[in-house]
Design a protein around this ligand. Structure first.
Ligand code: FES
Length: 162
C-alpha cells in the first residue's frame, strides 16, 4: 500500500506492507538507526519516537497507523530548541538518563512537557515505557515539571507576532 507521512520533516509517499513496523520503516526505508528494534517488542522502550508529538514505541506502530502523521526520531529532535529545554531540565535537577536510554527518555519527556502533564502517576506511566533502571522515578517527575517551567518561560519571552 502507499502511505503518505512526514518523517523528520520530510514529506514522503512510501510503498510498503501495511503491517510493517515503524522501527523497520525507519531503518530500511530511511536509513535511520536511532529507533532500532532492541527487543522482541514492548520489552525495552528503546525504539521510542514521537508520532504527532506523542511518544510511541516504533516497534509496535504498524505502517498504516502513520498515514498522514508526523513522525520525529531523536536524530532530528536532538537538534531542536525543545531538546535544549530538556537538557536544561536535566541540568537543573542534576540527573540525566544513561547513554543507552537518553534518546527514548528525552522523547518521552518531550511528549509529557508538550502536553503540560504534571501528575506524577501520569508521568510515571509514560516513564516506565523505558525499562532501563538508570533513573529514579522521582527524578523523572522533577525533570518533567522543571521542563514545563522552562518551556513556559521561553514561550513567554518569545516575541509576539502582530
Ligand atoms: S524495540 Fe524494545 S520496545 Fe521496541
Amino acid at each position: 500500500m502507499k502511505i503518505d507521512c512526514t518523517i523528520d520533516g520530510k514529506t514522503l509517499t512510501l510503498s510498503l506492507n501495511s503491517d510493517k513496523p515503524l522501527s523497520l520503516i525507519l531503518r530500511e526505508n530511511m536509513g535511520e538507526d536511532s529507533a532500532l528494534n532492541h527487543c522482541s517488542g514492548r520489552m525495552c522502550g528503546l525504539c521510542t519516537v514521537l508520532v504527532d508529538g506523542k511518544a510511541m514505541l516504533a516497534c509496535m506502530v504498524p505502517a498504516f497507523e502513520i498515514r498522514g502523521r508526523n513522525v520525529t526520531t531523536f536524530a532530528s529532535f536532538r537538534k531542536t530548541r525543545n531538546m535544549k529545554d530538556i537538557e536544561k531540565a536535566y541540568e537543573s535537577v542534576g540527573r540525566y538518563p544513561c547513554s543507552e536510554c537518553f534518546p527514548s527518555r528525552s522523547l518521552i519527556f518531550e511528549s509529557l512537557i508538550d502536553e503540560g502533564i504534571t501528575d506524577p502517576e501520569e508521568i510515571l506511566k509514560e516513564f516506565t515505557i523505558v525499562k532501563c533502571p538508570c533513573m529514579d522515578p522521582d527524578d523523572a517527575v522533577n525533570i518533567v515539571r522543571r521542563g514545563i517551567e522552562i518551556r513556559r518561560k521561553r514561550n513567554v519571552r518569545r516575541p509576539q507576532l502582530t
